[in-house]
Design a protein around this ligand. Sequence first.
Ligand code: MN
Length: 489
Amino acid sequence: MIDFAPLEAWFVTGSQHLYGPQALEQVRANSEAVVAGLNGSGALPIRVVFKAVVTTPEEISAALREADAAANCVGVIAWMHTFSPGKMWIGGLSRLRRPLCHLHTQLGRAIPWSTIDMDFMNLNQSAHGGREFGHICSRLGVERKVVVGHWREPAVQDRIAVWLRATAAWHDSQGMRIARIGDNMRQVAVTEGDKVEAELRLGYAVNGYGPGDLAGHVEAAREAAVDALCEEYAASYTVTESLLPGGARYASLREAARIELGLRSFLAEGGFHAFTDTFENLHGLRQLPGLAAQRLMADGYGFGAEGDWKHAALVRSMKVMAHGLPGGTSFMEDYTYHLDPEGQAVLGAHMLEICPTIAAGTPSCEVHPLGIGGRDDPVRLVFDAAPGPAVNATLVDMGGRFRMVVSEVDVIEPLAALPKLPVPRALWKPRPDLRTAAAAWIHAGGAHHTGFSLALTAEHLEDFAAMARVECLFIDAETELRRFRRELR
Ligand code: MN
């Protein structure tokens, strides 16, 4: 359900008529060479399409207007090969809605010391042409990513690749439909928020539905489809004995399959890419959706528990950004601490709903009682998260504005077996350390829910937040609490 193939980013080269038609021919040829090189590098997840060398205010406005109107264009990469006077860009840039990346590069890596003359200097002017462009962008308040360096450098291509992933998520978020089933867990503050502002600012379209709307789809699930799905579970996971055909709890697995089929039907019918539920409002459902929420996340849906639509949407956006990368992405919650001074760590988990894409091995499919919600025992996948660097990101409503906080962590192997904890979980050490990271997160007002990813870096979220013009705070190896608090103030 996530596909980058139809998407493209447009490459626009700035110049002017001062240097004659031959120079502009060369600028065009060089631009095509840079675009071909970028696409040929294999480093970019989305195709870059060379669009135009723009030399007048009219050409600039037309190219950027066309980019805004093209449904499959996720963003514009601008390169100033020569000087391109900034006033020419005012009209176009002030109306541009697509994300912008300023690639500050030049065709050649090295100065050709023995042959360089004024013709070469006039043709290769990024060093000052890019500054003129940067000035007018800053003066206009145009949000953009600035990538500096030779276009063949892997580090430069990586910066563009990260930005492209963020543009894909931004593109996906525009009009993203999020079903909030059963409102939220009563009295909870952080799962609330301004849905009007979320749609205006991030494109997230959040609307409420009754659990009965979903229950109708669950009841409509066909028995043959339930049979087939139970077989798929058995083939995909280590299914506990009692849940297999003939087992004492086989009916529980069938009910979980019915819920999954119903949710899929409900989400497909409404064109939703993310959803929430809440254990306090499950009218018409026999189990809290556990296995279903886990498997839908694995397919690319965003999910938030307890009505947390902001993290449902954020998980979806993070899944789009992470598309095709190694490592999974999930809804997550900081659950319990390991406060041993020898090695402090956070045990992240949820009652049920953690995405199996982050699992270290084959998940185990089990059924256990759930102390809250008052429904039947829910079926769930149990596993440990794979070790490695990861990020936790949160999106909160601060009243007048949204805030994102991104925390870099390192997932580690569990320190011991957890035989009595039948939920999926991840154990991590936050950077720079738990004491600093948790205090910084709490001062920033970050949620207890997060979007968690073993695939993304803080830079992906930084680029995405910039596109949304949402403030973004980082907690990483460099974080120092006093400085962080000054930044907050
Ligand atoms: Mn929760």
